[in-house]
Ligand binder design. Structure first.
Ligand code: C2E
Ligand code: MG
Ligand code: MG
Length: 652
């Protein structure tokens, strides 16, 4: 058992003995009890002398009696501790050899001076530790990483403090992705490096996993192209390079025209495949130094570095569009997919990546608004007579759709005899800080040109049905809601399914929903129009032919279409007080009734007009005379007030 009492060093014991001797002398000279003092003096002196010349020490024996550690014990424990640490050191080497980490020593000439055994399993069993000793470190490093390792070790040799961590690949036959993490530190004598010590750890699996995660975070999963995050980084780099070198760089937005149709008609798989093909075609027609990234959906962005200016970019964009267009035409002639491009140039059009993108986006929208399969550069548009405003307007409107800023207002539709509301028409509204209230007659055709009408239509449908379902059921129970449907929505393969899904989700009876189709549905051809409208009719919806009498004369096919109602266009209603106007409205009304259809007159602005129309036997009226379009709550208050007044009148 080990003694836990302290060990008293001989020096201290000698000092203690001397002090005792002195006290003995003092007692001897100043006390009467000299006998005890002399005995004490004799004992200590003797003991001290004995302690000095022999190994035996009586005082130590006495101290030991009281439990203190003896000198022999102390010496034995010290020896034991030394033996243990030596054994541990030896076993550490064994342990190191058992670990997966490789311990290496590197000479200032960058040769291996020591390599622990696990290097054999790290590099494959054919290698033996001893064969590496004296060889350059480069021999165990993957060729492509040798310069990196050499440079890093040289740096460590000359100006390193602390531990350096370096990731590189080992040269393991046939495997080019064998990653290790090396931790290195420098050993030195008299300020000069004598050796670099290092530990190598196999990190292949976690490293590749990490790389995969980084790649996923920066690339688009479908096409493998850089995504927005990586593109923004590359753009910043390109702008900085151009600034430093005094060169120009260009950004081109590429958008696929009719891509939505491919998705709708041929399915999402075909759409995905097309995106992959376009990616390949774009890459094949770009220079090595250019970047193509996927911005989202069917939009790509191309970053052209070191361009000469507008003409150069125009040529590159043109040949890119031609080459990819030709590829698509050859491989998918039935898709009718073309490319629209919009570009901007640093530093001519903008000085920051963000603004370059904004200008390129404007150029793209401008290109699209001029017709598909078009390319425009921002620099060209600014010189055109249309100026900035239209481009801004277009892109602001697109942003409004993207950000779902389109609202829905409601205009009541009244019974022509009672003048009581029986339904309401949902009308899209866009308010912008810059432009104020923008008329749908402006933005609906724009949305059609830009290909965003389906998105807009969906937002209106969603909002209208949600709000209609929220309306007081007793108030809305007998009411219907009219929703305008653009032809482009109508031809979309998913339209009917989306519509039914939306109606079911909001638990609205399709019988209460009137779909207002414009007369121009005739351009689709009678068979196609019939087919599309029949699908809606058999799903239970009421169909109304809006703006009747304008545009395409539909008299010839009116009887062949499954429509329940015609809405006489406001342009006729406005002329009701003229003979010609009256004759036209009467003729349309008779025609509608003859075909078993309801007739609605819109644009009723006065009592006189309302009375004339009612007198003609028209079924429903709509117009600012009754109420103009307003938000849901206002419209519902109007409807509630009307029915309250009617009840009061009945009671009176
Ligand atoms: P519309 O479907 O014929 O709608 C009737 C238009 O006449 C509405 O114009 C309405 O506000 C306006 N109006 C009603 N009563 C009067 C009146 O007494 N006097 C005058 N001057 N105008 C009156 P708004 O809201 O400007 O809509 C214009 C057109 O835009 C609509 O004509 C419709 O074709 C289209 N539109 C509106 N919302 C949508 C929508 O959500 N989808 C689609 N595809 N088209 C829409
Ligand atoms: Mg309408
Ligand atoms: Mg109309």
């Amino acid at each position: 058992m080990q003694n836990n009492f302290p060990y008293i060093e001989p020096t201290i014991r000698t000092i203690a003995g001397t002090l005792l001797t002195l006290s003995g002398l003092i007692i001897y000279f100043f006390s009467e009890h000299t006998g005890i003092a002399l005995a004490l003096l004799f004992f200590v002196s003797l003991n001290l002398a004995q302690s000095g010349f022999t190994r035996f020490c009586l005082m130590e024996k006495i101290l030991k009696k009281f439990g203190f550690r003896s000198e022999l014990e102390e010496i034995r424990d010290l020896n034991l501790a030394m033996a243990i640490s030596e054994a541990e050191a030896l076993s550490n080497i064994e342990t190191l050899n058992m670990l997966n980490e490789v311990v290496i020593g590197i000479t200032p000439q960058l040769n291996l001076s020591h390599v622990s055994k696990p290097i054999e399993s790290l590099l494959g069993n054919a290698h033996l530790v001893d064969t590496f000793i004296g060889k350059p470190i480069a021999e165990i490093v993957f060729p492509a990483d040798r310069v990196l390792v050499h440079d890093a070790l040289s740096k460590i040799l000359f100006d390193a403090t602390g531990t350096w961590t370096l990731r590189f690949r080992l040269a393991r036959g046939g495997i080019d992705e064998f990653w290790v993490e090396g931790k290195f530190f420098r050993r030195e004598e008299n300020g000069r490096a004598t050796e670099i010590r290092g530990i190598l750890r196999d990190i292949t699996e976690p490293y590749l996993q990490e790389q995969r995660i980084v790649h996923m975070a920066l690339h688009d999963a479908l096409t493998g192209l850089p995504n927005r995050a990586l593109l923004e980084d590359r753009m910043l780099q390109a702008v900085l390079d151009a600034e430093r070198e005094g060169t120009k760089t260009a950004v081109i937005f590429v958008d696929l025209d009719n891509f939505k149709q491919v998705n709708d008609i041929y399915g999402h798989k075909a759409g995905d495949q097309l995106l992959v093909e376009v990616t390949k075609a774009l890459k094949a027609n770009l220079r090595q130094c250019d970047t193509v990234a996927r911005w989202g959906g069917d939009e790509f962005i191309i970053l052209l570095s070191r361009v000469n200016g507008l003409e150069d970019v125009r040529k590159m964009a043109g040949s890119l569009a031609n080459a990819v267009g030709a590829h698509l035409l050859k491989n998918h002639p039935d898709y009718h997919v073309t490319l629209s491009l919009g570009g901007s140039i640093y530093p001519d059009d903008a000085k920051t990546p963000e603004n370059l993108l904004i200008q390129a986006d404007k150029a793209l929208f401008f290109a699209k608004s001029q017709g598909r399969n078009n390319a425009k550069l921002f620099g060209e548009i600014s010189k055109s007579e249309l100026g900035y405003k239209d481009v801004d307007f277009t892109s602001d409107f697109s942003a409004a759709i993207r950000n779902e800023l389109i609202q829905v207002y409601y205009q009541p539709i009244v019974d022509a005899h009672t003048h009581l509301p029986i339904g309401m028409e949902a009308l899209a509204r866009w308010h912008d800080e810059k432009y104020g209230w923008v008329s749908p007659t402006t933005f609906i055709p724009l949305a059609e040109t830009l290909g965003s009408i389906e998105k807009l239509g969906h937002q209106v449908l969603e909002q209208a049905l949600r709000q209609f379902a929220q309306c007081d059921t007793s108030m809305a129970s007998g009411m219907f809601i009219s929703i305008n449907i653009s032809n482009r929505q109508l031809v979309s393969n998913t339209f009917v399914a989306d519509l039914i899904e939306c109606v079911n989700r909001h638990a609205v009876n399709p019988k209460k929903i009137k779909l207002e189709i414009t007369e121009s549905v005739a351009v689709l051809g009678i068979d196609r129009a019939h087919e599309l409208l029949s699908r809606l009719a058999s799903a239970g919806f009421t169909l109304s032919l809006d703006d009747f009498g304008t545009g395409y004369s539909s008299l010839s096919y009116l009887h062949a279409l499954p429509v329940d109602e015609i809405k006489i266009d406001a342009s006729f209603v406005r002329r009701i007080q003229t003979d010609a106007g009256r004759v036209m409205v009467e003729a349309i009304t008779h025609l509608g009734h003859a075909l078993n259809m309801n007739v609605v007159a819109e644009g009723v602005e006065s009592k006189e007009c309302a009375d004339i129309l009612s007198g003609m036997g028209i079924d429903m009226l709509q117009g600012n005379y009754f109420r103009q379009a307003s938000p849901k709550d206002e419209c519902m208050s109007y409807i509630a007030a009307c029915s309250k007044n009617a009840e009061a009148a009945r009671a009176a």
